[in-house]
Ligand binder design. Structure first.
Ligand SMILES: *[C@@H]1O[C@H](CO)[C@@H](O)[C@H](O)[C@H]1NC(C)=O
Ligand SMILES: *[C@@H]1O[C@H](CO)[C@@H](O)[C@H](O)[C@H]1NC(C)=O
Ligand SMILES: *[C@@H]1O[C@H](CO)[C@@H](O)[C@H](O)[C@H]1NC(C)=O
Ligand SMILES: *[C@@H]1O[C@H](CO)[C@@H](O)[C@H](O)[C@H]1NC(C)=O
Length: 212
């Protein structure tokens, strides 16, 4: 009985400290622990940025991606794919080589992303990507306004599974020059797609959480 009481005391205090150490809301989004918008809350290696009411994730190359949603229980968040610039087939992070997350970061790219690459050069056909006429990237080119500039270019898609580098989505001039991503893609109807790049984070250890 005593053990039980002690246990519930300990767990309720650690829960309370967790709550008090969460950062304030950013725009409409709650910023759950350990995400940190400021040095006084969250944990410093889970840094995100609250810019004018928009919560953003900063890549290793210095590009800000808007955070669209956060699932605290599953340690996941979804960032917006970079815009494909009007009348071109170039993602706005093209000059930075696409999305790259530092190898030492607690964040990585989850295996639920279907990544679509556009305006690829022919040599990509050697790789194990789906570049067929039925690839989801064709649907994006045909049905989504943003994909218009990429029509009739060579496009391919792949599921970002665990056999792949989980810290980057690479694009480059002379390779593929634009990309997008959809999370947990099951349907071929574009209206059902959840556009975004899902990241997951390694939760802090219990010691860190208790501030020991
Ligand atoms: C900040 O957000 C408001 C409302 O979304 C917008 O009207 C304003 O232009 C933004 N300011 C800057 C500096 O981005
Ligand atoms: C490409 O993707 C489509 C749609 O998911 C699928 O039907 C087709 O079998 C895939 N083709 C290859 C070569 O993987
Ligand atoms: C496709 O990529 C090439 C470089 O690889 C670039 O010069 C060209 O402008 C791109 N096409 C479009 C429509 O943006
Ligand atoms: C990405 O991070 C998650 C949680 O931290 C981990 O379980 C997973 O193994 C990592 N994936 C890869 C491919 O490293």
């Amino acid at each position: 009985m005593l053990v039980l009481i002690l246990f519930s005391l300990v767990s309720s205090t650690s829960h309370a400290s967790l709550l008090s150490n969460a950062c304030p809301k950013c725009g409409n989004l709650d910023v759950p622990y350990p995400l940190s918008t400021h040095e006084t809350c969250g944990l410093s290696n889970y840094k995100v940025y609250c810019k004018n009411g928009s919560l953003e994730f900063l890549s290793a190359e210095g590009f800000y991606y808007q955070i669209l949603s956060i699932n605290q229980l599953e340690n996941r968040l979804i960032i917006s794919p970079p815009l494909i610039q009007k009348r071109t087939c170039q993602s706005s992070d093209l000059s930075l080589g696409g999305l790259r997350i530092d190898d030492n970061s607690p964040f990585n790219i989850s295996s639920r992303n279907t990544v679509m690459l556009f305006n690829c050069s022919d040599n990509i056909l050697l790789s194990p990507l789906n570049c067929s006429l039925t690839s989801p990237c064709r649907v994006f080119e045909d049905k989504v306004k943003e994909g218009k500039g990429c029509r009739n270019t060579l496009c391919c898609s792949y599921l970002k599974d665990s056999s792949m580098n989980s810290h980057r989505i690479r694009i480059r001039v002379g390779g593929c020059s634009a990309y997008t991503s959809a999370v947990d893609l099951k349907s071929s109807t574009v209206d059902d797609w959840q556009f975004g790049i899902e990241l997951q984070w390694l939760p802090p250890t219990e010691t860190l959480r208790l501030g020991v």
